[in-house]
Structure formats: C-alpha cells, structure tokens
Write a protein that binds this ligand. Structure first.
Ligand SMILES: Cc1ncc(C[n+]2csc(CCOP(=O)(O)OP(=O)(O)O)c2C)c(N)n1
Length: 584
C-alpha cells in the first residue's frame, strides 16, 4: 500500500507516477528534452504497464491511439517539436475520440534550453481542438494526469497534457496513492467513430464541436480552475509555472489559476474580471488565454508588458506590474560558455576530416549539430529532425549535382531512424546524387543515451532485434554503403573524397560508439614538450582536453582525455604518446 506516503519527485517523475496511478496500460514515446524522463520513470512500473521508445512521435501517438481503440488507458509523450511530428494523428484522433482514455503529454521549452524553436503547444492543441490540462507543480502533475484520463473517458476526448522545462525538471512533494483498477473496455466495432473517411469525419466534426462546448461549460466548475480571492485591486489570470511566480511576486493579488487551459471557462473568467479593478494575464510564450479573453470584450493587460519569449520570473512579473523588484539575493551567474562536443566524441573526428576537405554539411539535430561551431565549422543548416538528407536533395535539385560535390548531409543514427530514412527513400526515388553520412554512435546521445530501433535493447533494457542500418540503406536501393571507423581519419578522408565524386547516392556510416557509453577506464595520451614542434595540428579538432603551454607546446589534461587517439593520429613528430593508466 502506497497511501499517504509523501516523496519528493521531479515533475516528469510525477507525471509517470500519475499515469501509473491512473491505470495506464500502454505508453509510447520518442525522447526529447524536457520530456524524456517521463518514460525513463514509467518503465519502473513495467510489471503493471507496457511502455516503449518508438522511432518518432507520430508512431508513438498512433501506438497510443491503437491501445485506446482496443479499450485501455494509453498515452504518448514528446517534446513540443515532437507534437508537430505527431500532428497528423493528433488532429484526426481529435475527431475520433477515445475508447480507453488517451493523453498526449507534450513538454514545451520556453527559453530554448535544448530546442530548435520556442513554440507553444497550447496553440497547436487549440488548432487541433484538443482539450489541454496544465499543472503548476509536481503534486498537480500527478493528480492532473489522473484527472486527464477520467475526463478523456467521460467526454470522449483525447487530452493534451502540457508541461514546461521548469516543471519537468524541478522537484516537489507528491503524495503517493495506489493505482486505480481500470477494467479494460470491450472493443465494439463502430466505423463511424474509427474510420475517418469524409462522410464519417463530417459527422464526427459536428460531434466534437458539441463536446468542446460541453467541456467549456464544465470548465467553469472544474475544481482545477481555482479562484484565490484576495485584494481586488489587482487580479491575475495565469496557469502552470507562471502561477508560482505570480504568487511569489504579488502575494496579496487575487488570482484565477487555470488548470484547464483549453477550452477556457468563460463564465468563471468574466466573473473574476468583474470583481477586480485591474486584470492581468500572465502566461509564458504565446497570448493564448489573453487573445480569447480580450475577444470576449474583457479589458486586460498581457503581452503589452510581458514578453512572448523565454521564461518568466517572480521579479520580472513584479517589475512589470508594480514597477518594483523583490528583494531577492541574485544567484551567481556562471560565465557563458559555448557548447562543445565531449572529449573523445567520434563526431569530432568526422568533422575534422570534413573541415580539412573544406566540405559543407546539411546538418540535422543531435550532438553532431555542434559541428556548426568553431573550430570545426562544418555544419551549415539545422532545421528539424530528418531535414539534413532532404535539404541536401533540395540543393541538388536547385543547382545540380556539381554544386553539391563539396556538400554532404550529416545525420545521427536515432535521427536517421526517426525521419531521415524517408528522406533517403526520396533521394533514391527521385534520381538524386549526393553523400549522406550517418554518424552512428549506437545511441540517442543528445537526449541522454536512450535506446532506439538499431541498438538491440528495449526501453525495459531487454535484448531485441536491432535494425541493420547498412542493410536498410541497401534495401532502399543505395549501392554505395560504406562503413568506416570515425577515428580512422585517413580512411575516412579517402572514402569521403571518393563518394562525393560519384554521380550517385552514397551513404557513409561512421559506426563508433558514443564515448560516454563505455564505462571502461581508457588508456591516456601524454604530450612530450621536447618533441612538440608547436605546429598546432593536434589542436585543430578543438578537443577540450588539449591546451597550449605558455611556450606554445601542447598539454593534455588527463582528467579529460578519453584515449580516443585523434591527436596522436594528427601529430607527425611523435610528440603524443599513448601511456597506460597510472604510468604517468
Ligand atoms: C521532433 C523532435 N523530436 C525529438 C527531439 C529531441 N532530440 C534532439 S536530437 C535527438 C536525437 C539525437 O540522437 P542521434 O541522432 O542519434 O544523434 P546523437 O545526439 O547521438 O549524436 C533528439 C531525440 C527533437 N529535437 N525534435
């Protein structure tokens, strides 16, 4: 019995706990900061539920929809940009409704801590006519998850559960409960609800408009939409994490805290607005609540004084509304540092070669995006997952095959399986030429080492079939599939030169595991000042373990060296030597 036990939990841990307590039976996800730890925590309950890493968010959401149709509670999890990938099934399951409760958990990233844009999931969910719950701390994260499943089944609507980085990655007190027993619902064939061809979808559209009006009415009395009446001079409508900032910034203000942010409780808002002298709307990112409230003729102040960019803070809110700051001790600011590849990262070696050959790269999203910055400076574009291969294809179609002879596409293994494989099919189908480099480090590195369809391990850690990436490329029709060790720079240079010269599609796979995957102590390298000619060759790849001594000779920091040997292979004077651990 878990009852009454209180524990500190990360927001993401609490979401997983909420799903478990709600009786979820199937969860599918693709990693993406700040949502990844939901699945990593959910797998702790693997005796009670099934969860998986899917190759992308569209697949994950379709897996969850299938489970819901079959009659169990199901969910998919992703970051905000993943919701774009899942948009196709999400827009249509909105028409279908649910059998078992269905929740799509989406984590936004105001402030772009680890994302390529700052989009607001509430906008996407509104466009797809999906109801949205938004918690403001770990405890609510758990409770709102349970409520999302109950509401989903009661109103026959899939729900979106929106969080942000600050909630996902901060901790709070959570009271544990036992999971509810949710009996599996029977599947009753009803193609009017599950086959979304035009005639059926038209009728479902009428139905969901009705359901949404009904939910908007229910929202007026939903306990998670709470009025906290205090001094009536200032009233604030807010939700999620900004609620915490508002409370800290202005403890005396009256607050309407919304737990359901779509649809909005119009009567409750009108009533609250009529009771306060001045109304503010405080929401991170887009003016989603504000625009609706203003469209009802209610006077309010929002983005006139608040930004649509980045995270808010208590101080910022107090200054914007009251013109004064809180008396808070400012935390020490760490000096700004550019992001860099880890010492020993195989991507560095690949980029060293591409830089040497003066190549451009149509890039993708992963650790290897860092090949854009000096001193490697190879990557020219980063758009969204899978876009490297298709944008290289676009360049070739725009300017011809000679134009891309000094270009390659670079993509990671996880990203290749996410959406890159479709782009490679397109190259083959549409008679393209061009060289694709799959930087296969045997993991989803950027998001913290999650397994994927080619690693041979499931989310549960069990061994499974591993997709053979070279065989997959050949099956698509690529004749030139070459595997090279990323640290064999001579071979790599030769292979790149040969493949870009061809008027065909080539795939070069640099299969070398992420340096952080190995727990083994590695041999270390040492630089001998007496042999060093200060030529700077070993410094070219920008390894953070290497610095210059005052006299211009090179020093290798043995706390950082991982023994990859890239510097050794670049030194022509034998100044860098392999030494065994402890021999220095
Ligand atoms: C649509 C979408 N989903 C998820 C993410 C989060 N994300 C960024 S890079 C990445 C994958 C990185 O793995 P891989 O391609 O193997 O490259 P590595 O980081 O290991 O070099 C993920 C999942 C994202 N940016 N966009």
């Amino acid at each position: 019995m878990a009852e009454n036990k209180k524990v500190i939990m990360l927001g993401n841990e609490a979401i997983a706990r909420g799903a478990y307590e709600a009786g979820v039976k199937v969860s599918a996800a693709y990693p993406g900061t700040p949502s990844t730890e939901i699945s990593e925590n959910l797998v702790k309950y693997k005796d009670s539920l099934y969860c998986e890493w899917s190759p992308n968010e569209k697949v994950a959401t379709e897996v969850a929809i299938g489970a819901s149709v079959a009659g169990v509670r199901a969910m998919s999890c992703m970051k905000h940009v993943g919701f774009n990938v899942a948009a196709d099934p999400a827009y249509t399951v909105s028409y279908m409704g649910v059998n078992g409760g269905l929740v799509i958990v989406v984590a936004d990233d105001p402030g772009l801590y680890s994302s390529q844009n700052e989009q607001d999931t509430r906008m996407v969910a509104r466009a797809a006519q999906l109801p949205v719950l938004e918690p403001s701390d770990s405890s609510e994260a758990k409770e709102f998850m349970k409520m999302a499943f109950d509401l989903s089944e009661k109103y026959d609507r899939p729900f979106v559960f929106r969080t942000t980085t600050r909630l996902a990655h901060s901790q709070g007190l959570v009271e544990l409960c036992d999971p509810v027993e949710v009996p599996d619902k029977p599947y009753v064939k009803d193609i009017r609800k599950t086959v979304m061809m035009p005639g059926n979808a038209k009728l479902r559209h009428v139905e969901i408009e009705k359901r949404n009006l009904e939910l908007a009415e229910v929202a007026n009395t939903l306990p998670i939409n709470q009025v906290e009446m205090n001094d009536t001079k200032i009233g604030v409508i807010t939700s999620g994490i900004p609620y915490q900032y508002v409370r800290e910034a202005m403890p005396d203000a009256s607050v309407l805290k919304l737990g359901m942010v779509n649809p909005l409780p119009r009567k409750l808002i009108e009533d609250f607005a009529s009771k306060v002298e001045k109304l503010y709307i405080v929401e991170e990112l887009d003016p989603v609540i504000e625009e609706q409230v203003k469209s009802w003729g209610i006077k309010a102040t929002g983005k006139e004084i608040f930004t649509v960019q980045g995270e808010y803070s208590a101080n910022m809110i107090r200054e914007a509304i009251l013109g004064e700051k809180l008396d808070l001790k400012q935390p020490a600011q760490a000096p700004g540092r550019p992001p860099i590849l880890c010492p020993g990262c195989p991507h560095r070696s690949v980029y060293y070669v591409l830089n040497k050959l003066k190549m451009h790269a149509a890039g993708d999203i992963g650790c290897y995006t860092l090949g854009a910055v000096a001193p490697l400076s190879v990557v020219d574009t980063t758009i969204c997952m899978g876009a490297s291969i298709s944008s290289l294809h676009g360049m070739e179609k725009a300017k011809g095959k000679e134009y891309i002879k000094n270009w390659v596409a670079v993509i990671g293994d996880s990203t290749f399986l996410h959406t890159g494989v479709n782009s490679l099919m397109n190259m083959m189908y549409n008679k393209a030429t061009g060289t694709v480099m799959i930087l296969d480090n045997s993991t989803t590195g950027m998001t913290g080492h999650q397994d994927h369809a080619a690693t041979g391990k499931t989310l549960q850690g069990d061994p499974t079939y591993a997709i053979d990436i070279p065989a997959l490329c050949r099956a698509i029709g690529v004749k030139n599939v070459i595997e090279v060790n990323a640290f064999d720079i001579e071979k790599l240079e030769q292979v790149v030169k040969e493949e870009v010269a061809k008027d065909e599609v080539s795939v070069i796979i640099t299969k070398t595991p992420c340096v952080l995957l190995s727990k083994k102590k590695k041999p270390l390298y040492v630089a001998h000042a007496d042999k060093c000619k200060k030529c700077g060759m070993c410094m070219k790849p920008g390894c953070p373990a290497m610095t210059k001594n005052e006299d211009g000779t090179v020093h290798i920091d043995d706390t950082m060296c991982t023994g990859c040997g890239l510097c050794d292979s670049l030194c022509k004077f034998g100044a860098i030597e392999l030494v065994k651990e402890g021999e220095k």
